[in-house]
Design a protein around this ligand. Structure first.
Ligand code: ADP
Length: 483
């Protein structure tokens, strides 16, 4: 079992109290050892309703929380996260499995969103238009949407909530937060440090844990929750659109990806290989911005493949808490099996193994999947069509710029893409042609607090981060004044 000063209360948090009704619990596992870390409450619908009520009591519409107050909340959370980075990161590492330094780095990343919005929150101040349409003065206010439901996945147990919560608090929206059941402990720890260090109104942030069918349903159906912000699978995102259609709720959806990583023959191959390793193996390959299809110009396919294989052979896989590993375990058996199936499918359909493990040599009783590279991948293979979410690098040859753009776009998804070329004009053309919300040019970097991030097509609705993300949780209201 996990011991931590930040986990004294293994409960939900409603209206400023650690609480949970009933006896039902679920277990949280360490994917590196298979052992149970903790049992946490599986909260019933009454608790979700109580959390929404608590949120309602914290919502101020007629006398909004001043911007200066909201700025102090954001700064306070930033500082509290930074001061507790090591312990929150340790908890995150234990329940997610990612290497300790990566887990602690994620806490810094999360703090960055509170920091960025604390510095840009004045953009939400009311302003009066210069024009006077209809002989009135027009003032535009940015009203909080109301109590918001924030639902997050396990792959960034604190990063994902930080993007949503920072913008929601900046807007003055109380929230009801539901973490993924694989990783609720990081969220409990975050609530604990906020409770101890930040003077938030009671009910401003609420934590409920348990079954998505119970919590998600109530958040979708309760008319006191006018907006949901969700990060997770496209399948669940679609369901949320259906389940909120009756009430026409506002939705922020960050859904799946199937990122193309395009390497042209004029690219700096060393740089492209280094960036691919950093991008692809982050979180063990379990992120929605991880390169999923690596398109390599046929002239450099062999040379690039060698560079990637060399790097992959030097990587270590193991328990992230030991600090000296590059890749931790995958999150669970279903995740492991999906990567194995994609590898088997690719090899059966004619791809060749360049580095890593044959399917039959994969470990049977652990979740440590070795980084594996396959070449000669085609569009009928599962690893081309679906998000693998694991350390499999599928390489696909291409001949022309148009072919690279077409193959990159040959997916329902449109989240992140990457292009490596020394030719600026080409980079501009390719970025314009790729229907993705994030296109790295000569970098495999993912999102940052300062820039808008989100998907086109089936990868979602809305943006997180940047000034665009700041405005996600407000309803602009125009007030023309007659004289
Ligand atoms: P992942 O496989 O990345 O965890 P999911 O979409 O399955 O992606 O889950 C993301 C989050 O959404 C988790 O917190 C999960 O519990 C929650 N979730 C799953 N199904 C629903 C649903 N029908 N309504 C609301 N939330 C859901």
């Amino acid at each position: 079992m996990i011991e931590s000063p930040l986990l004294q209360h293994l409960k939900g948090y409603i209206g400023g109290q650690w609480t949970a009704t009933g006896e039902a619990t679920f277990d949280v596992y360490n994917p590196a050892t298979g052992k149970v870390l903790a049992s946490v409450p599986s909260m019933p619908v009454e608790d979700v309703r109580a959390a929404i009520e608590a949120g309602k009591s914290a919502l101020r519409l007629t006398e909004p929380y001043p911007i200066e107050t909201r700025r102090l909340w954001l700064e306070g959370i930033r500082d509290a996260l930074k001061a507790n980075k090591e312990e929150i990161g340790r908890i995150l590492c234990l329940e997610h499995g990612k290497p300790l330094n990566e887990a602690q780095g994620e806490v810094d990343y999360a703090a960055g969103f509170f920091d960025y919005f604390s510095k840009t929150i004045s953009g939400l101040a009311a302003h009066t238009l210069e024009e006077k349409p209809r002989d009135c003065t027009w003032t535009v206010h940015y009203r909080p949407v109301g109590v918001v439901g924030l639902i997050t996945p396990w792959n960034f147990p604190i990063g994902m909530i930080a993007k949503k919560l920072s913008a929601a608090l900046a807007a003055g929206c109380p929230s009801v937060i539901k973490p993924a059941s694989e990783t609720p402990l990081t969220m409990i720890a975050m609530f604990r440090v906020i409770e101890e260090n930040v003077d938030l109104p009671r009910g401003m942030i609420n934590l409920v844990m348990g079954k998505a069918s119970v919590i998600g349903k109530e958040l979708c159906e309760n008319p006191d929750v006018p907006m949901l912000s969700f990060t997770g699978s496209t399948e669940v995102g679609r369901q949320l659109i259906i389940d909120t259609a009756d009430q026409i709720k506002k939705l922020g959806l960050e859904l799946g990806g199937n990122a193309p990583y395009i390497v042209f023959d004029d690219a700096d191959l060393e740089k492209a290989a280094d960036n691919l390793i950093a991008n692809k193996f982050r979180g063990g390959g379990q992120t929605c911005v991880c390169a999923n299809r690596i398109f390599v110009h046929e002239e450099v396919l062999e040379a690039f493949g060698k560079k990637v294989a060399e790097r992959v052979r030097g990587m270590t896989v193991g328990d992230g808490i030991n600090g000296d590993v590059d890749i931790g375990p995958l999150i669970n058996r279903a995740g492991f099996d999906k990567v194995r199936e994609h590898l088997e499918d690719a090899l059966q359909k004619g791809a060749s193994l360049v580095a890593g493990s044959k399917p039959e040599d994969l470990p049977k009783d652990t979740l440590f999947f070795p980084p594996t590279v396959v070449s000669g991948v085609k569009s009928d293979m599962a690893c081309f069509r679906e998000e693998t979410f694991g350390p499999l690098v599928p390489m696909v040859p291409f001949r022309s710029e148009d072919e690279a753009i077409d193959m990159g776009n040959d997916t329902e998804f449109g989240l992140a893409a990457y292009v490596f070329t020394a030719d600026e004009a080409r980079a501009q053309r390719v970025a314009g042609g790729l229907r993705f919300g994030h296109v790295g040019w000569n970098t495999g970097t993912g999102p940052a607090p300062e820039a808008p991030f989100g998907g086109m097509k089936a990868s979602g609705i809305g943006r997180e981060g940047g000034s665009e993300g700041l405005f996600e949780f407000v309803e602009p209201q125009a007030v023309p004044r007659g004289f």
